[in-house]
Design a protein. Structure first.
Length: 291
């Protein structure tokens, strides 16, 4: 009798848990099974080795600066970097890193993406690719235009101050998406402007500039101020395959940071349930192709 009760309890709990999972997946998932099948079909043109390398590359990309938060429209911009070749202008630590198996696989995955990216046209995102901290080191920036333009408009005074010109938000956005423009690197190298574009909050970006990062991203070492009030934004446990919140230095006492926590918590539910028990490569490419 006790065994039957225990078994019945287990079955009911299992059904209840399964029902909850299905409910949460249907509530927050933003990628349909049909979209995944479309991606799966496109990936058939890749060789097994190319697919393996691309899978590694995309896996690194979505973790480096939490690309999925930009893919679902909650973060204006995200970046990752890859060392494509060992050029003489690279920092010593970059040249050493380039020799490791991880970076060699990352490079191969990047080259696969360059070869096949036309199979995955972007409808509502922009990808830009530019050299930074050396000709052989590339940064790949993913931009969600609607949110990015809104963010620039909200903090246009900062962009005008740093650029020294009375640009409109549309003009700043155009510069940001055209690396050949003279002012592009002024934006992309400036700690405060990049922090704003990455969705870290204007006050947090300003404090990071003052206490930790300095004004330029090209300067890779800074002495930390003893008055530094900043703490890391995310304290989540990095369990396997977890989609964590964006992590950056912030002032936890401000209203700005509290609002960002609510903002990214909502996005995290969408991302976790969209990726839950699915192939990271397929889901990421499906998100990239959405209208």
């Amino acid at each position: 009798m006790r065994f039957r009760i225990a078994l019945l309890t287990f079955v009911l709990l299992f059904i209840g848990g399964l029902t909850f999972l299905v409910y949460e997946r249907n509530r927050y998932n933003v990628v349909s099974h049909l979209e995944l099948l479309t991606i799966r079909e496109k990936l058939k043109v890749l060789s097994p080795q190319e697919k393996q390398d691309l899978t590694f590359f995309i896996g690194e990309v979505i973790l480096f600066d939490q690309y999925p938060y930009t893919l679902v429209g909650y973060k204006p911009m995200s970046i990752c970097n890859v060392i494509v070749e060992d050029t003489g202008d690279l920092f010593a630590f970059c040249r050493e890193a380039f020799k490791t198996p991880r970076y060699q696989t990352l490079r191969r995955g990047y080259l696969v993406w360059e070869k096949y990216q036309s199979l995955f046209p972007r409808k509502k995102h922009i990808l830009i690719n530019y050299a930074f901290l050396g000709k052989g080191r590339r940064e790949i920036a993913l931009i969600y235009p609607k949110l990015c333009i809104t963010t620039i408009q909200e903090h246009l005074d900062d962009f005008r101050e740093i650029l020294g010109k009375p640009y409109t938000s549309e003009e700043v956005f155009w510069i940001l998406t055209h690396p050949e423009h003279n002012d592009f690197y002024t934006i992309i190298d400036h700690t405060r402007l990049v922090g704003i574009l990455f969705g870290f909050g204007r006050n947090n970006a300003y404090l990071y500039e003052q206490y930790r990062g300095g004004a330029s991203r090209s300067v890779t070492w800074h002495q930390r101020s003893e008055q530094d009030p900043l703490q890391m934004f995310s304290n989540e446990w990095p369990w396997p395959r977890a989609q964590l919140s964006p992590d950056f230095a912030c002032d936890p006492s401000t209203e700005e940071t509290q609002q960002l926590k609510k903002h990214y918590k909502k996005a995290r539910r969408i991302i976790r349930w969209t990726y839950f028990l699915r192939n990271n490569l397929e889901v990421t490419l499906a998100l990239l192709m959405q209208n």
